[in-house]
Design a protein around this ligand. Sequence first.
Ligand SMILES: Nc1ncnc2c1ncn2[C@@H]1O[C@H](COP(=O)(O)OP(=O)(O)OP(=O)(O)O)[C@@H](O)[C@H]1O
Length: 257
Amino acid sequence: MGTFFQADHLVMQFGGLTAVDNFSLTLQPGELVGLIGPNGAGKTTVFNMITGSYTPTSGEVIWQDENVTRLSVHQITARGIARTFQNIRLFNDLTVMENVMVSMHHKLRSYFWEAMFGLPRYRHESRRIREESIDYLQEMGLAHLANEKASTLAYGQQRRLEIARALATRPRLLLLDEPAAGMNPLETMELAEMVRGLRKKYGLTIFLIEHDMKFVMGLCERIKVLDYGITIAEGTPGEIQKNPEVIKAYLGEEKNA
Ligand SMILES: Nc1ncnc2c1ncn2[C@@H]1O[C@H](COP(=O)(O)OP(=O)(O)OP(=O)(O)O)[C@@H](O)[C@H]1O
């Protein structure tokens, strides 16, 4: 069997700062893995290296047997890795459904010309895109808001719409950057259910960053812990909570607080 996903000894330096040092991760199809650590630990930088936003100083990213380390964001998305961002990035003036449809368009060849000439294939594709968009919205509990402007959505709903937009690129690997940030406990619980549902329905592998420990511990099968760019622990939620390095880092934090 080949390599599904492997990040191998990734290093990211910014000037004199080593934001991430020797980060390695292997994912098997269908896994749900978490990445945790204090602010500034390097979590988002890991996502940026995997998704082509940053070219690592050293190390490699292998995706479905291909070295994708130096590919662009666009090329990586096209190969089936999608992400959401810590800061919401929606098109506020478009409707909820249009936000999802826009994400799908890059998949469609000749879409522009066919739309321009009103060809039957365009009309057919256009209907298909609508149906598929509604499917993603349904999964995220947003179908009833399809025709509302994105800007009118509540904060938690906007976060879910971001996930629907990521799904619209038809990924096999989905990276979520603090999906529960700003959500209340009920919304967070519902989100966990949705993430489980997505994995099952679309056969996704999910790698997520999150500060909400209850969410991470309840959802992820395996967790990696970063502190100052260094991986200090890796294991099941139970193992992480008992890990001496994690406890030490956490207690150090308490003392400084
Ligand atoms: N483009 C950049 N240029 C310079 N420094 C950067 C850049 N991106 C990230 N950093 C630095 O790298 C370190 C890790 O940042 P990163 O955003 O990855 O942390 P994080 O764990 O995601 O934090 P948070 O939980 O606050 O989002 C920080 O010191 C940050 O200032």
